[in-house]
Design a protein around this ligand. Structure first.
Ligand code: GLC
Ligand code: GLC
Length: 814
């Protein structure tokens, strides 16, 4: 069953009923001001950091799930009847409800008793504000007297404190009202230099800023007293819960349309210019007023929207494909790329499943995210790499997370996730291949943000690599530390205390437990760093990296192979994990995918065998589960993985992040049918028709789909912020469609299904547009390339002569 449809032309997903199985959300903003918005206008906004600069309030795990947001109430001033054109929170029976989630904007429209209302929400480029553009139309045969009320609930900035520290917070709320603009200035009197403001294009009939005055005692968002009465009370919040609500009254003639613009913004003043007059407590509005004036003007609002559209056209234009499969096209051309930008911006911080409080930007996560967005915003990728590297420790290890506002490593979460450092090598390699910007390697970058510790970025890569060499276990495999990619395989944790965090609790020294996954990652990193060293003229160093990689590969063959698949790890007593010797957790996906992806076993048949074992033991119609059999009880020596009920999360859920490793491995092994088959099983668009089972948004990937051991097999959770986005994008664009940036040019080596007769693609790469046509001439994956009419040797299209910006490539496949 579906709840909407893809409007491919307009790059929108159109939801046609408000009561989707879960809130289906979108993101507003792509630079510094961000918001999440659901299909019923729920969600919140923040400036840069979802925890430390929360502008509006979100209540987690609420009932209903999605309550509180960017609400508009409409009231028929003759009958007194009122409704929310976004359905929530009044939940009237709307006619013609549609929510269009697009690229950086959401438009929610509906009709009720002859009044059509449509609100477009977006954040203009280069501004720290959001716009709600409400268009009303009277479709009745008689004039309509209508009241419109806007509503936001302000957060007192620190979202964590806001939801817990009531003894203080209920007394500190402060606002100002000036020229009909509502200013939220809690804590501005002391150490904050920032405030929020909420303005309206139209003259007001009234306003409210105190929540209780607007709602009335003992009432919820569904029946605010001010709306019911048809009059705001011009309340002025002191303490309690500041809100912003404008009241606009209008009369619409039959057929008449009217637009009202509401603008919610964030603004900072210089420390010494906070007040006006300087010795007062009044917010200095000199620099914010021009901004407010700009967007009270509707022509500027439309122009800002067009600019946003053009921005996204530009980003998505970097890679466009036309294939025989609509689901592939949709994800490649629009939604997967779009999701990659969201994971770049948000890492794992703010979604309907990530509170915005708990997690900053992950070191491992953000480096992997690079694989999905570097081609769209290379200059921002550069900045991200340097920020990440600056949180690396002198040992080569890394803080697991950092806060986006301070860009400092997060001490609460700490480090010792022994896979972390290698992702920096993988991320930097992807950046170099895409951009050819070798200057980044010479950039001085501090360790742990310590002044005076700066070394060229290249030195950071070296230390990343050596980190593992200095931490090998009894079999010569890398020690796992706190965990590797699988945060939940905690082999040194031995937690027996309720509530203890598996992620942060004190661990054993850990001189025994080893990770075959890190071994695979190390082998890949060795190849990448060797290629980089080689190109920097460090031939000897390159040779050493390759030798270390080859040694590790040999170690994996000896101690990481179980006969039919790769072992996952060795525990603290050197017992195998992910082996036929185990009663549960006999085979894991991560090492099958990643070891092959690193090239292990491609020559001796083990890769094929491992992948066949995946098909036999782990593949389900809804995707590939993480391991089998699921852990049926808690194992002290395994940690969090066995804390989850079977079929969920890392305990045999379909953890979508690692499915693309198998997809790439299948492509490397030359099987385009298998690769695309696995790709399609978790492709959200391909799952749209079972939206009642899948339940999450059909336009973006979710972190997890419940595995076959769960009673809810096929149900997705934790959509949007997941490494799944980058890895699937990378898998389909670079390995299945096979258009792959390399140091010396663009490789074109598709491994597509046998039945595909071909496809077309446009790829912008280092300032050149490549128009690529692939035609199948026979079975198999062999290619012959014709570039601008001339046949070339091999599969790498070299850069064209200087000044040439368009290249045509014809590919004969098979
Ligand atoms: C989550 C984390 C990621 C980790 C994965 C597996 O997605 O963000 O860092 O690798 O879970 O545990
Ligand atoms: C839990 C989750 C895992 C996530 C981690 C982040 O362990 O199961 O997916 O990576 O929390 O802290």
């Amino acid at each position: 069953m579906r709840y909407g449809y893809f409007d491919d032309q307009n790059r929108e997903y159109v939801i046609t009923q408000p009561d989707t199985p879960l809130p289906w959300i979108n993101y507003l903003g792509c630079q510094a001001y961000f918001g999440i918005i659901s299909n019923t206008a729920g969600g919140y906004s923040f400036y840069r950091d979802a925890r430390l600069r929360r502008i509006t309030r979100g209540r987690y795990n609420n009932v209903p799930l999605d309550e509180g947001g960017r609400y508009i109430y409409l009231r028929d001033d003759e009958s007194g009847e009122y409704w929310s054109p976004s359905w929530m929170p009044t939940c009237r029976d709307l006619e013609q409800y549609t929510c269009r989630h697009g690229m950086g904007y959401t438009t929610i429209g509906s009709k009720y008793r002859g009044i059509s209302a449509s609100t477009r929400y977006f954040v203009p480029l280069d501004e720290t504000l959001e716009i709600w553009q409400l268009t009303l139309r009277n479709d009745r045969l008689t004039p309509a007297a209508i009241s419109a009320f806007s509503l936001v609930e302000f957060c007192l900035w620190d979202a964590q404190d806001d939801s817990t520290n009531f003894q203080r917070n209920l007394s500190i709320g402060q606002v100002e009202i000036d020229d009909e603009v509502i200013y939220h200035k809690t804590e501005y009197r002391e150490r904050r230099d920032h405030f929020a403001w909420f303005a309206c294009s139209d003259p007001l009939a009234g306003f409210d800023t105190q929540r209780e005055a607007f709602l009335g005692p003992w009432r919820g968002w569904d029946k605010p007293a001010a709306v019911e009465r048809g009059n705001a009370s011009n309340s002025h919040a002191h303490g309690w819960s500041p809100i912003g609500s404008h009241h606009v009254k209008l009369v619409l003639q039959p057929g008449e349309t009217h637009q009202i613009v509401f603008v919610l913004g964030y603004h900072e003043n210089a420390k010494d210019q906070k007040f006006d007059p300087p010795d007062s407590q009044i917010v200095n509005k000199k620099t914010v007023k021009p901004v407010i004036a700009r967007y009270r003007n509707k022509a500027n609002v439309d122009a800002a929207f067009e600019k946003l559209r053009a921005y996204w056209d530009g980003l998505l234009g970097v890679y466009q494909a036309t294939t025989p499969d609509i689901h592939t096209d949709r994800m490649v051309n629009v939604w997967n790329a779009y999701q990659c930008m969201a994971t770049f911006n948000m890492s794992r911080s703010a979604s309907f499943y990530e509170s915005g409080i708990g997690r900053g930007l992950g070191f491992r996560d953000s480096n992997q995210d690079l694989l999905g967005f570097v081609q769209m915003v290379p200059e921002r990728a550069r900045e991200r790499i340097l920020d990440l590297a600056a949180t690396q420790l002198p040992t080569g290890g890394a803080y697991h997370q950092y806060q986006p506002l301070t860009k400092k490593g997060n001490n609460d979460i700490g480090g010792n996730f022994n896979d972390d450092p290698h992702w920096l090598i993988i991320g930097v390699a992807a950046y170099l291949k895409e951009t050819g910007d070798w200057s980044i390697l010479g950039e001085p970058v501090e360790f742990d943000n310590q002044p005076g510790s700066a070394q060229p970025l290249y030195e950071h890569l070296r230390r990343s690599f050596h980190y593992t060499l200095e931490r090998l276990g009894p079999h010569g495999l890398p020690l796992i530390g706190r965990a590797d990619w699988n945060d939940c395989l905690n082999l040194n944790c031995f937690s027996d205390t309720p509530g203890q965090s598996f992620q942060t609790t004190t661990n054993k020294e850990g001189k025994v437990a080893e990770s075959v996954f890190i071994a695979g990652l190390f082998v890949l990193a060795a190849k990448e760093i060797a290629a980089i060293a080689q190109r920097r003229g460090l031939a000897e160093e390159a040779k050493n990296y390759l030798a270390s990689g080859a040694r590790m590969e040999e170690t994996v063959r000896q101690h990481g192979w179980d006969g039919e698949w790769f072992i996952r790890a060795y525990d603290d007593s050197s017992q195998k994990i992910g082996s036929k010797e185990n009663a549960e957790g006999k085979i894991f996906i991560e090492t099958q995918g990643f070891c092959v992806l690193a090239g292990i076993g491609l020559e001796d048949g083990r890769a094929r065998q491992a992948l066949d074992s995946v098909r036999k033991h782990l593949a389900t119609p809804h995707g590939i589960v993480l391991q089998q059999p699921a852990y049926s009880r808690y194992y002290l020596n395994l940690g969090e993985i066995s804390s989850y009920p079977p079929g969920y999360k890392e305990n045999a859920g379909i953890f979508c992040h690692n499915n693309p490793w198998v997809i790439i491995a299948e492509a490397m092994a030359g099987d385009g049918d298998n690769a695309h088959d696995y790709y399609s099983r978790i492709n959200p668009s391909a799952r749209e028709r079972i939206s009642d089972v899948h339940r999450c948004e059909p336009y973006v990937y979710a972190q997890m789909i419940a595995g076959r051991d769960a009673p809810t097999h096929g149900e997705a959770k934790n959509s949007w912020l997941t490494g799944t986005a980058a890895w699937n994008y990378y898998a389909i664009t670079q390995w299945i469609l096979g258009i792959r940036p390399e140091y010396d040019g663009l490789r074109i080596a598709p491994v597509v299904p046998e039945r595909w007769q071909g496809f077309e693609a446009v790829r912008k790469f280092r300032g050149v547009t490549y128009r690529i046509t692939v035609r199948r001439a026979g079975k198999g994956n062999g290619v012959s390339l014709t570039v601008d009419g001339k046949p070339i040797e091999g599969a790498v299209v070299p850069p064209p002569a200087a000044g040439k910006t368009e290249v045509t490539v014809e590919v004969r496949l098979g």
